[in-house]
Design a protein. Sequence first.
Lengths: 299, 303, 251
Amino acid sequence: MVDFIQNCLDGIMLGSSYALLAIGFTLIFGVMRRLNLSYGPSIMVGAFIGTLVYLEFKANAVAIAAATVVGAVIVGIYVERLCFRAIRRGAAVASMVSSFVIWMQLEEIVTVVFPDRTYPFPPLVTADPIELGPLFFKVENIVMFAVAAAMTVLLHWLLQHTRFGLALRAVSENPRAALFMGINVGAVMSLAFVIASAFGGVAAYLIVSADGQITPLFGLWATFKGLIAMMLGGMGSIPGAILGGLLLGVVEAQSIWYLGTEYRDLSAYFLLFLFLVFRPGGLMGQLAVERELAATRRV
Amino acid sequence: MDDIYLIAVLSNIGMISFIALSAYLLLVVGEISFGQQAFFAVSAYGSGIATAMWGWPIWLGLLWGALVAGAAALVVAIPTVRLRGLYFSVATLAFAEMVRLIFEIFTYQVEIEGELVGPDGSDGFRDIRAIYDSNVSDFEYLLIIYGLLSVVLIGFLILERSRLGAIFRMIGEDPLLTEMQGLNVNAYKILAVVMAGVVAGIGGALYAHLATYVEPKIFNVMLGVHALAYGLIGGLGTAVGPLIGVAIDIGLLESIRAISGYRMIVFGGLVAVLLIVRPRGLLDEAAVHWLRGRWRGLVRAEN
Amino acid sequence: MLRIEGLSRSFGGVAALEALDLAVADGEVVGLIGPNGSGKTTLFNVITGVHAADSGRVLLRDEDITKSTPAAIVRLGIARTFQNLRIFQRMSVRENVWVGQHSLPSVGPLGLLSNRSAAERARRAEVDGLLDAVGLADRRNVLAGSLPLPEQRRLELARALARSPALLLLDEPAGGMTPAETAEMAALIRDFAVPGRTCIVIEHKLDLISTLCQRLCVLNFGRKIADGEPGQVLEHPEVLEAYLGGDTLDA
């Protein structure tokens, strides 16, 4: 029983990093209705810029985090311009494939500039795990969890209580109607992309600093973990993204313990497949699925 | 450039063309699959097991691999046929990753002439030697690859002009309107997925026998996403499109060795710009329509 | 031919059709009119299986088709056009009509692949005949998406006729057309589409309705408020009220 609870706790801690990734993903998908495969790679580039600042200037944590976020945002803008804004609406596949080739491009740029592949990344905290009775908590995971919670609150405030949030929700609901209401749809989408990239930068910083190192593979990992967490939670729902991330973490932790490491990803994908077949809306997105289904039958 | 290298590059183009055609067929039906590498993998393993472990002749092994891939595709198609858009894409991704991860732990070996032969989890599957045992040279194998590719391509070109091909295009453009022409959209989508699975399977079986060694990590999602990109680069208007995509990527860029280290930096940028100008690829429907019109005009002028 | 009994359908609490009864006899041409949002297109959608009925039945030649799929309904002999035009834009004009024949039983599994058989040649000749009849013969190799609107409407009509349906549902066949184009369309429907089949036409344009229909049925808020000869129906006080209260008849 203690094992099971400890696994759940580990899973939630692991899942909070997935949740961080899924939030940015969801924000982009919610507004664009298109998949940005470059999401992981662009925050990976951000983390490499953070590492560069660390290696060159021996900078402190704040500077490294800032460099990571700024880097992620700049690359995010590049991706948005090239793969999303420039490609007309309706060509969702083209956007997705374009974001994929840009992923490949970013990965190669990083391997050219950083030929050693694996680079150190300074940890944010170096405290021992906290013991609570028979259970252990890792401090860096608690930080991740707290940041994920804070981001959710911030996003909720941004979306529900600001004029920008109202415009954003209008655009994601119906871009054409929003355009007629005088909303600058392009600007709103770009800003959403920037916010998502900034959140992604924070996520990248926390995850990479907890790992203590960064490799170009982080891009692939981040894209797919974020994507799975988003789908489990339900596309387009921010609370769903968090729940999806946590669920993914718990399932992975339990499979590692009870089945072995080689079953970690297998069970995650199996769960995802089951969800898609039986409940495509995930934990929180059933409404969106029904709305989309209705849209395909509009005559 | 020496012959061995040339043959290797051409073989590679040929085998990757199968998976590109496979992804293209689903793009025509309007679905994006991140998972065609799964059928490539299933067939690579299936045909390898048949020839190396059961001692089947190579042609039967290839056939068997394609069939197993088709069966695997049917298994995915039935539960996922109702899913659209991103839901379908992610379901195919999940399936393909499951297949890859199962091969990471799948062990099935028998002793042949004192040696253990067969898939051994993440260590892969060695000694699929059927073509070397029967003294097929690399060049002859290249001919086999392109022979089969021609058969498949001709099949695609016939399909394009047939009612079945039109049905696939209709579903890709407007599934509801297709249904309103009296057609069972889901049944045709399942058919398309199975056909795509078989096509990818042929490529997988050919690959396993040329490489003589397969391991699960070859069949990761990168293979599938590349296959998708080829169709979109070359164009969705005709089956020649994905082949152009493969040739551009592997052929052209592989042969210009000066940019080998920067290949994706150049290529990625080019493709991104191409997709802005032509979101359905070089040979999109309008281009193919125009070319056909010109062709008809030429034929008429000659008569 | 078609009998509708107590048909209801609502969208999010708003009744689009409410306990609607309608019977259409063989060979009849019925005009369906009513203000915007009165449920005309919804009726077509429920008949063709695009939307499920909440209650009530749709019977085609006494066969209950309420729960059938759109594809099955089409195969039973109902064809329709769409108010906001639905064509395969990335296909040529000729292909757009040709695809209408795909589900014919005479095509069969082999016919899906064969291009040169005698039967297939005959069917392609039929397609060209249809295009000729709707006046698109010289446009047949053009991509359908590039046609102007009146020609797209004629293309839809040709596609609907490709399966020689017994019952034809036309949803605003002259929508967005000038008076001259409307008159042309009315003549085309009267002389070519209607003979030999049953037909229901949704239309706002009274000159088209009066050219085609012996019978007029008026919907308002999902209910039938009048049904009978065009002359009588248009005098009906409730009809006048429905129109003058909301839209005016753009006749």
